[in-house]
Ligand binder design. Structure first.
Ligand code: SF4
Length: 483
């Protein structure tokens, strides 16, 4: 087998923007398909709160683009889809924005690169171009260390509506394990600066790195609650409810740690089987490969606990000293068209039709056993708890210990029932939490491997320390990104 990545990289000046004319031709007149590339910006959840979005005559479509490739950081869970860091040519961007507006009615831009703002000079020029073309824009991947209050102010003055930071955790221990190279205080300050400027900055939180415990999950929850309070907005509206779970991707220390602990195979066939399993996996908890060493009942409870603690913190502080809502997330949570009081029946029927189509396809494709496995592992109680119980201000006011115990064991009981059904019928669910629940490594919590001289270290340090032999050149991961 020969691996061909990473491929030679063209310099930033040669990087090209998407050719929408080609996409339009590829869609063969199917406007629905083409609209997927250039949807209505006001339906995206980002722009509706921003008065500038409602300027009469503003072009309605939103284009996705990147102005740089790669990332300057090396977080221990991140596969960084692009190696190195390069900026796109600004003259090309100027021409591209002009074309988007003229030919495709684009008035909104979603920058979805990994690391907006790393090259400040370039990012400022990009912002100037957006203003020149009267585009409202957001950037979806920014490091908190890359933006001061003045930068945020400059971006906002140049038509920025929001930024999304990779917050990941409210626990410094976990941020250090992730090698985020910033502090909880820096995250707090970046988010609060956004709040002061009324820039949207939804949270994105992750659970399940080695070292995660109920205590670190609690810390994250309290941090989310604090931020929500500073915005005067309930945690679920700022993206603070529902964490991603760490997913070991090849080329990362997390992946190598998985190999060192025996949860990810090291031979070519085994690795290939793992890659195939990734095709089913998302970064939600049912696909979590338990690298933390925590008991499954805790693993299943981390994201719920974060949400509970976030709500407790938020409602307690609001009761003590109420704050007015920021007035951003509340508008964004409502469908944009409802804000504009436009009829949405057409859109609703399209959604309904698509869902029915998906269900029909699924029923036709799946066998009774796969359906049974899905039913057994659907986590319906857990979903009900997350959607209905956790969000309740009344539940937030109850004593934490008994509530946590009841919810944790309710979820765990549902899980055990699912595992029993799988075993009874000899099924696999293609969900790591169900298929491989027992094979957990020793926990790293408080372990000398992770903590030295009172300081938590990056997972990379642990992985390097545990290496017993030079890594084989033939292994796929060694041809990828991490060294
Ligand atoms: S998580 Fe974000 S900041 Fe960290 S390496 Fe990946 S892209 Fe860069």
């Amino acid at each position: 087998m020969e691996f061909t990545v990473p491929a030679p990289r063209p310099p930033g000046a040669e990087l090209a923007y998407p050719d929408y004319a080609l996409m339009l031709a590829g869609a063969k007149g199917d406007v629905e398909k083409f609209n997927w590339y250039l949807p209505n910006g006001l339906d995206s959840g980002w722009f509706a709160y921003d008065k500038r979005s409602w300027t009469p005559g503003r072009p309605s479509r939103m284009a996705h683009l990147v102005t740089s490739k790669g990332c300057v950081a090396r977080c221990t869970f991140c596969e960084r889809p692009t190696v190195g860091y390069r900026n796109y040519d600004l003259d090309r961007l100027d021409a591209h924005l002009g074309m988007l507006k003229r030919d495709f009615n684009v008035g909104f831009i979603n920058i979805f690169e990994e690391n907006f703002g790393s090259n400040k000079k370039h990012s400022y020029e990009v912002a100037r171009l957006f203003k020149k073309h009267d585009m409202i824009w957001v950037a979806g991947g920014t490091r908190v260390t890359n933006v001061s209050y003045e930068d945020l102010k400059f971006y906002q003055d140049h038509q920025c509506s929001g930024l999304k930071f990779g917050v990941e955790s409210g626990s410094q221990t976990i941020l250090d394990v992730m090698e985020k190279k910033f502090t909880v205080q820096q995250v707090r300050s970046a988010l609060e600066n956004c709040g002061k400027l009324r820039l949207m900055a939804p949270l994105s939180v992750m659970a399940g790195m080695p070292g995660e415990t109920l205590d670190t999950a609690r810390e994250s929850g309290r941090f989310i609650g604090d931020i929500a309070y500073s915005f005067g907005t309930p945690p679920h509206l700022i993206g603070g409810v529902g964490a991603f779970y760490a997913l070991p991707m090849p080329g990362t220390p997390l992946y190598e740690y998985g190999q060192q602990t025996g949860l990810i195979p090291t031979d070519v066939d085994g690795e290939e089987a793992y890659f195939k399993s990734l095709a089913y996996a998302g970064s939600d908890k049912v696909h979590y490969l338990n690298l933390s060493g925590a008991p499954v009942r805790e693993v299943l409870f981390w994201d719920i606990l974060m949400a509970l603690e976030a709500n407790r913190t938020f409602y307690r502080k609001m009761a003590q000293a109420p704050r007015p809502p920021l007035g951003i997330y509340e508008v964004a949570a409502a469908p944009a068209a409802a804000v504009a009081e436009e009829p949405r029946l057409g859109a609703m029927s399209r959604v309904l039709w698509r869902r029915m189509e998906r269900l029909r396809n699924r029923l036709g494709r799946e066998t009774a056993t796969t359906l049974l496995a899905k039913l057994a592992t659907g986590m319906y109680v857990e979903r009900f708890i997350m959607r209905k119980v956790v969000l309740s201000p009344f539940v937030a006011s109850l004593p934490a210990a008994p509530v946590d115990a009841v919810l944790k064991y309710a979820i765990y009981a549902e899980y055990l029932l699912g595992v029993s059904v799988l075993r009874l019928f000899g099924l696999r669910a293609n969900k790591a939490v169900f298929d491989r629940p027992r094979r957990a490594p020793e926990r790293l919590e408080g372990d000398a491997a992770l903590t030295k001289q009172g300081r938590t270290h990056s997972l990379r340090t642990v992985v390097h320390r545990q290496r017993t032999a030079p890594r084989s050149k033939s292994a796929l991961q060694s041809r990828l990104l991490y060294s």
